[in-house]
Design a binder for this molecule. Sequence first.
Ligand SMILES: Nc1ncnc2c1ncn2[C@@H]1O[C@H](COP(=O)(O)OP(=O)(O)OP(=O)(O)O)[C@@H](O)[C@H]1O
Ligand SMILES: [Mg+2]
Length: 405
Amino acid sequence: MEILGIDIGFGFTKATNGKETLIFKSLFGDATDLQFWMDFGEHSLKDFFHVTIDGKSYFIGDLAEQQSTVLNFTLDQEKLISEFVKILELTVTGTFLKKDAPINVPINIVSGLPIGYFKQNHQRFNEILTGHHKVTYHKHDGSQLVKEIYINKIRMLPQPIGSILNILMDDNGKIINTDLAKQKVGVVDIGFRTTDFTIMDRLRYIDRSSRTMDTGISKAFSVISNKLREKCGVNVELYRLYRAAEAGAIKMKGHGLNFSKIRDQVYAQLAGTIANDIDRLWAEDWDIDTIILTGGGCMDLAQYLQPLIAGNVRPIMNDVDARLNNVQGYIKYAKYIWGESAPEPPAPPPPELEPIEEEAVEDALIEAQPAEDGLVEKQPLDDALVDNDTLEEIEELVEEKLPDE
Ligand SMILES: Nc1ncnc2c1ncn2[C@@H]1O[C@H](COP(=O)(O)OP(=O)(O)OP(=O)(O)O)[C@@H](O)[C@H]1O
Ligand SMILES: [Mg+2]
């Protein structure tokens, strides 16, 4: 049996088998007939995602962004599930399947959904993915590799729980952080489209304190993109802003535009909105022991968000890519339920401590099915994140030229 953790986010698809990880933009497009291929980089199968699934050929991730004529990107959960999940999950699953793996080796996958969509949609992953599939990988030299995939089981988790499990468990899926297991832990998972809030109290999922909001980083990107369009008449797609937003500058038609001030202001406002949501949602949860910030967006917002949160915020590690925290937790959980450590009985606790039962993790996660389905709370419209004074200031700044590279 093979096990995998796969996290299909609106921004990035993340996957791991516990040893290797894979991350790429959640994009796919038509596979055009390339006239010529030139690439001087070192490449493996993972860097050239041209696949055929169910008779249709696609470019995936970077290749789609660079070469497809019709590119699919979405910020819509229904579309992500109905159109993206099968293509992206099968593409990564086949990539991790070893060449010499026995035919039809069962593959068990842990994957996730935002809290607000969990209850209504978690079964759909089973329907879409379990069973036999065939993925053909086309290499740029014209050769092909066909992978026969048998997905045996899919276990779904509410996404931010992956980040708790990642801290709670070791690489074999064994609970090692017994301190955290005894605590009331709040998680804020800032992704590209969604921010998920959840609380686990002594490994028990607390539904009333868990919610999905639409305050992901794309909200800030929309404001930036709108301003760039107003100023330069160029429509910058949100998935093309990652590097520019990090640099605070973009080059358009030969002009370097500096938008670092607007970015800082928008990030600060977004962090303020998320901090208010924390205060409102967790008003009764004043006894939280630890707050974990996770998801790729926490790296961008941390400097603004951390000072606004009253509580014990676990420091963000700069040497870790926070986009991967959930999927790292998924694979640990996969080992916990299906791996070698699974049958191991829980160690008896020292007599003076209250017992933490390992089964509690399982129970808590099964209970993690929020009552309100498909609920994503909307925050004010994008432009409302920036006040008028700042907008004027931005327009001047956008005129600024960057030094020639
Ligand atoms: N190296 C990087 N490249 C691109 N984005 C990065 C990088 N490092 C951090 N980020 C941030 O990570 C964010 C994406 O985070 P993440 O992958 O957790 O989102 P997602 O899971 O795809 O979205 P969602 O949870 O809403 O479905 C980006 O918006 C960006 O702000
Ligand atoms: Mg995410």
